[in-house]
Design a protein around this ligand. Structure first.
Ligand code: PGA
Length: 262
C-alpha cells in the first residue's frame, strides 16, 4: 500500500521535548512552521511543544494543516495529581493529538498498562493518541519483532475495536531515537509496518487491514531519509525530534513529504 493510493494526508509530527528554552522562541519557530507549511496541502503538521508553551505557540487555523499536540497526558481526569496534565486540559489548550509511551518516558518507568490507560483517557476527550513502540536493539534471530508486537498488544489492552483506527502508531526504534546519526532503512521500517498491521488484525479480528496511521520516528534529519521512509518504508508519515526545532531544517522535510504525495 502506498500513500499515493490513499486519500489520507501524510502526517508529520514534531516532538519538541524540553526545547526551546524560551517561550518567545517557541512562538517564533511555530509561526514559521505554520507559515512555511500552509501551502503543503498533502501533509498535516502537528507541533508538540512543552505544555507550558501552549498559550504562546501559533494557534491552529480552522481548515489549516497545522495542528498542536501534547507530549504526555495523565491517565485520569479530576484527581489530585501534582504535576500532571489532564486530557481535558489538553483538549482545552487546543491540542488535537497527544504522544503516549515515548521511549524517553518508558525509560523512567511508564508501563504498557499506564500507556493503555492514557490512551483510553485521551480518546474520551477526542484527542488522537500517538502511541510509540519500538525495540531497544536488533538481533539476528528477529526477537525484536516479538518485543514490538508484545509492547503493542500490551499498550492497547482494553482499547476497543472501534477506537483503533483513531489511534496513530509511531514505530520508534530506540537505537535510532535522539542520536541524530542514522534513521532506520526503508526495509527495516516496512518489516515493522507489516508486523504492526498484522498484530492489529490478529488483535481485533479485522477482515481487512485496519487503516490505522503508522509513522516512523528516529533521527529523521534530511530529505533523502524522508523519501526512503515514506516511499520504501510505506509509512504514513514521520515523528521528528531534533530536526523539528528549526523551521530551516524542518520545512524542507515537510516539502519533501508533500512532493512524494503530489
Ligand atoms: P529524533 O527524535 O528525531 O531527535 O531522533 C525523535 C523522537 O524522539 O520522537
Amino acid at each position: 500500500m502506498t500513500n499515493k493510493k490513499t486519500e489520507q494526508k501524510i502526517l508529520m509530527v514534531c516532538n519538541w521535548k524540553m526545547h526551546p528554552g524560551r517561550g518567545d522562541e517557541a512562538r517564533k519557530i511555530s509561526t514559521e512552521i505554520q507559515r512555511g507549511s500552509s501551502k503543503l496541502k498533502h501533509i498535516e503538521v502537528v507541533v508538540c511543544p512543552t505544555a507550558i508553551h501552549f498559550p504562546l505557540v501559533a494557534k491552529p487555523k480552522s481548515g489549516g494543516n497545522y495542528h498542536l499536540g501534547a507530549q504526555n497526558s495523565a491517565w485520569t481526569e479530576n484527581e489530585s495529581l501534582t504535576g500532571e496534565i489532564s486530557p481535558a486540559q489538553i483538549e482545552d489548550s487546543g491540542a488535537e493529538y497527544c504522544i503516549v509511551g515515548h521511549s524517553e518516558r518508558r525509560m523512567y518507568g511508564e508501563t504498557n498498562l499506564l500507556v493503555a490507560q492514557k490512551i483510553q483517557a485521551l480518546l474520551k476527550q477526542r484527542i488522537i493518541p500517538i502511541l510509540c513502540v519500538g525495540e531497544t536493539n536488533r538481533d539476528e534471530k528477529g526477537e525484536y519483532l516479538k518485543v514490538i508486537s508484545a509492547q503493542l498488544k500490551d499498550s492497547l489492552q482494553g482499547i476497543q475495536k472501534g477506537s483503533i483506527e483513531k489511534i496513530v502508531i509511531a514505530y520508534e526504534p530506540l537505537w535510532a531515537v535522539g542520536n541524530g546519526k542514522k534513521s532506520a532503512s526503508g526495509s527495516d521500517i516496512e518489516e515493522v509496518l507489516i508486523l504492526i498491521r498484522r498484530t492489529l488484525t490478529d488483535l481485533y479480528g479485522f477482515q481487512k487491514i485496519p487503516r490505522t496511521r503508522i509513522l516512523y520516528g528516529g533521527s529523521v534529519t534530511n530529505k533523502r531519509e524522508v523519501e526512503e521512509i515514506i516511499q520504501r518504508g510505506h509509512v504514513d508519515g514521520c515523528l521528528i525530534g531534533r530536526a523539528s526545532l528549526s523551521a530551516k531544517t524542518l520545512i524542507p522535510l515537510l516539502e519533501e513529504a508533500h512532493r512524494l504525495k503530489d
